[in-house]
Write a protein of this length. Structure first.
Length: 95
C-alpha cells in the first residue's frame, strides 16, 4: 500500500458535475489530457474528500476552463457520461 505522502501527485482530478441538459450527473475531468479517459475506470472525488471509482463511458464535451465557476482558468477540462452503480445500504445489500 502506498502512503498519500509518498505517492506521486495525480495530474488529473475527476469530480461529479450536474448535467444541465438531461438531468442527472456527469464526471468532470481536469488535467493536461482530460479528453483521453473514455472507457477507463477513474477515481472520482466527492465533496467530502472520499473517492469512488466510476467507468467513464463517452466523452460529451472538452475544452478550456474559463475560471467562471471556481476552476483554474486555462486548464483543459472534459465531461463524460458514466455507468452508475447500484446504491448499497449500510448492510451491504442494494435497495
Amino acid at each position: 500500500m502506498v502512503d498519500k505522502e509518498t505517492a506521486p501527485k495525480r495530474l488529473h482530478k475527476a469530480t461529479y458535475s450536474r448535467d444541465k441538459k438531461k438531468g442527472g450527473y456527469l464526471v468532470r475531468v481536469v488535467g493536461p489530457t482530460a479528453n483521453a479517459f473514455a472507457g477507463r475506470d477513474v477515481p472520482v472525488t466527492m465533496l467530502d474528500g472520499s473517492e469512488h471509482f466510476e467507468r467513464l463511458d463517452r466523452l460529451i464535451w472538452s475544452g478550456i476552463d474559463t475560471g467562471e465557476f471556481g476552476g483554474k482558468a486555462g486548464d483543459p477540462i472534459a465531461l463524460y457520461t458514466f455507468t452508475a452503480k447500484p446504491r448499497e445500504t449500510d448492510a451491504g445489500t442494494p435497495f
